[in-house]
Design a protein around this ligand. Structure first.
Ligand code: COI
Length: 355
């Protein structure tokens, strides 16, 4: 073991990096991991010192609570390398706040701020060669916590493991996606965990999404659980609609993830003078706008996907295709966002965080 003098986090380095075996031009999202990972255990009522060790499997008892009761939450973040080889995170304070909001909702002890930021800095510095330059390249960071106590009693664990794993990434979706509006399935309900990045929120989407995929759609636009009349999220992304020159997105509530990309897009759009309405959006309104050609764009937003245009949707067995728009809001906003993330433009909102 040697001490990392920059941060005091213990680092056990790999003997030989596997970076030379990676084809960085043809990455599939989330399939390749860097040489190291950060681990930090919660025992005896407190988080122990984080340490960085070679990327490896972890061993858990089959009765570990995460396997039975899904007590697990995560975050999605990215590190971006600029042309001078400096590395940046984007609004990591927002991820930290949401990490602990999610933890609280899942009865997981909150994670200390200095461990989170020291941990991120140390692992990203160590793995900096895995972050490649160029727009669209990034090092995807996945901090997460799982309940590790061995027990089948349905109660919060007394032991947890926090980890950060890192994966070099290009784009999440291969291009435009087609989506199906949910008419019976729901992603989240009032009073539930929809706003948290709870692992189970994603598992619950797989079956309805598979049914949609069988019909040729990549994702589902989730509607409210009570009436299925209001549009809320697109698959694993927040959702935006452009009717004429107004950008619409659903307001945050119990059911909707408070997306960092979503809130940044709202700010950037307002800054560009675009009229943004954050309000309930009825399915009926979007169908009518598609029918009378005032619906110009739909796009999803998220850390992994950034901004992903949606080419069309289906509702009650009818398909609606969106026209091709020159100078799309999606294109402009994605460029503005990425220019900040890659240290190309001025950071007027103070969103960049240097590693
Ligand atoms: C992200 O956008 O970072 C997410 O957490 C979504 C995940 C399905 C990749």
């Amino acid at each position: 073991m040697k001490n990392n003098t920059l941060t005091g986090i213990q680092v056990t380095p790999v003997e030989k990096s596997k970076i030379d075996q990676v084809d960085f031009e043809n990455l599939i999202f989330g399939q390749v991991f860097t040489d190291h990972m950060l681990v930090c255990d919660y025992v005896d009522g407190e988080w122990q010192r984080p340490e960085i060790i070679p990327y490896q499997s972890i061993q858990l008892d089959p009765s570990a609570r995460v396997f039975h009761y899904g007590q697990a939450i995560f975050e999605g973040m990215k590190a971006y390398k600029d042309d001078q080889d400096d590395i940046w995170l984007f609004r990591p304070d927002e991820n930290y706040i949401r990490f602990n909001k999610s933890s609280k909702r899942l009865a997981i002890p909150e994670f200390p701020e200095d461990y989170f930021f020291e941990g991120l800095k140390s692992i990203v510095q160590l793995e900096k060669d895995w972050a490649k330059k160029g727009r669209g390249n990034s090092l995807y960071l996945r901090p997460f916590v799982i309940a590790t106590e061995s027990s089948l009693v349905a109660a919060p664990s007394t032991h947890y493991k926090f980890m950060i794993i890192c994966s070099p990434a290009k784009s999440y979706y291969a291009g435009e996606v087609r989506v199906k509006i949910a008419e019976s399935f729901s992603r989240a309900a009032d009073g539930g965990v929809g706003y948290a990045k709870a692992a189970g929120n994603y598992a619950a989407q797989f079956y309805p999404t598979n049914l949609a995929k069988e019909k040729g759609f990549q994702q589902i636009i989730w509607t409210d659980a009570n009436s299925h009349e209001y549009l809320e999220e697109a698959g694993t992304m927040n959702i935006f609609f452009r009717i004429e020159d107004t950008l619409l997105t659903a307001p945050n509530n119990d059911r909707i993830l408070d997306g960092v990309t979503r809130k940044s897009i709202i700010k950037l759009a307002e800054d560009k003078g675009i009229n943004v309405e954050v309000r309930k959006i009825a399915v009926k309104e979007i169908v009518e706008a598609a029918e009378n050609n005032t619906l110009k764009e739909i796009f999803g937003s998220g850390t992994a996907a950034v901004i992903n245009p949606i080419a069309g949707f289906s509702y009650k067995e009818k398909e609606y295709n969106l026209p091709h728009v020159e100078d799309s809001y999606a294109g402009h906003l994605k460029k503005a966002l990425m220019d900040i993330q890659y240290n190309i433009s001025e950071d007027k909102f103070g969103w960049r965080y240097k590693i």
